[in-house]
Design a protein around this ligand. Structure first.
Ligand SMILES: Nc1nc2c(c(=O)[nH]1)N[C@@H](CN(C=O)c1ccc(C(=O)N[C@@H](CCC(=O)O)C(=O)O)cc1)CN2
Length: 300
């Protein structure tokens, strides 16, 4: 048996298409163009690629993109002052500070200085609290993308056993809250979980978000389960030639695909949904700021 491959790249393109339609309506009916400001501090090569991609896709769906690239030695005061300026700019509906930040900057302080209504990453403590209490929040992009793919594949998730491997604030914890919101029975597993293979074997849905290459083998997966692989890890690939590398997830795809009912690949699974959901969140933030109906199907 071989699992259905959940094509995140195609799904993300569909979501971006829906965002573009909504943006066109906001412009045509209300004369409003949503604006997204992305702040990058330093020269981390992967972050530079993600920020470039965010800017390009923002423009492609018809929104305004504002990129702020700051040097790696930017002071906390200067960064906070930029965020304050963006908080007060009526043309900016979404603000995102690309992570990770250089070590001398306090990530929590910086994130919590963003206006929660413009926090399109959903990382502000107010949004974390709103999500945790089942209230209307800005929802972190990667877990939102996973939820969209799961809903699309299953319809209702009600009553399913879900295991989230990883307890990060960015993915694991919000993912668990979203699954709980859709009436799953949720377990959050982590490095201290006893008998992790047995815990995973009980799951109808497995979300792997630990950051350890190919940690979850196929024989941990319950036959027919849906596997969402959030990991993006670069490993050596000598089979491709000397010094070559390739991307793998937290799941051992080759063995898991034989057992699972459905699985996301890496690359081309969860990753592309992260940026699509960022654009969706920006439209949502813009609609909320203007007291307009939110885009259907693009929120949790
Ligand atoms: N402020 C934030 N910082 C970071 C976030 C975030 O959501 N908000 N997430 C990650 C990086 N990220 C977006 O910022 C991101 C990561 C991966 C992808 C993606 O499409 N990956 C591709 C593979 C890309 C490659 O070839 O290297 C895939 O999985 O197919 C998009 C966005 C950390 N920082």
């Amino acid at each position: 048996m071989s699992a259905t491959i959940i094509d995140g790249k195609a799904f993300a393109a569909k979501v971006r298409g829906q965002v573009a339609e909504h943006v066109a309506r906001l412009k045509g009916d209300h004369g409003i163009t949503p604006g997204l400001a992305v702040v990058l501090v330093g020269e981390d090569p992967a972050s530079q690629v993600y920020v470039r991609s965010k800017g390009k896709m923002t423009v492609e769906v018809g929104m305004n993109s504002y990129e702020h690239k700051l040097s790696a030695d930017t002071s906390e005061d200067d960064l906070l002052s930029l965020i304050n300026q963006l908080n007060n700019d009526p043309g900016v509906h979404g603000i995102l500070v690309q992570l990770p930040l250089p070590k001398h900057l306090n990530e929590d302080l910086v994130i919590n200085s963003i206006d929660p209504a413009k926090d399109v990453d959903g990382f502000h403590i107010s949004n974390v609290g709103l999500l945790g209490t089942g209230q209307k929040a800005m929802v972190p992009c990667t877990p939102l993308g996973c939820l969209m793919m799961l809903r699309d594949h299953h319809g209702s998730l009600s009553g399913m056993n879900a295991v989230v491997i990883g307890r990060s604030n960015i993915v694991g914890k919000p993912m668990a809250q979203l699954l709980l919101g859709d009436s799953c029975t949720v377990t959050i597993a982590h490095s201290r979980t006893k008998d992790l293979p047995a815990v995973v074997r009980g799951a109808d849905i497995v979300v792997a978000a630990v950051g350890r290459p190919q940690m979850v083998p196929g024989d941990w997966i319950k036959p027919g389960a849906t596997v969402i692989d959030v990991g993006i890890n670069r490993i050596d690939a000598p089979e491709k030639g000397e010094g070559k590398t390739r991307l793998v997830g937290d799941v051992d795809f080759d063995s898991a695909v034989q057992v699972a009912g459905a699985i996301t690949p890496v690359p081309g699974g969860v990753g592309p949904m992260t940026i699509a959901c960022l654009l969706a969140n920006t439209v949502t933030a813009c609609c909320r700021a203007n007291g307009l109906a939110e885009p259907e199907g693009l929120t949790a």
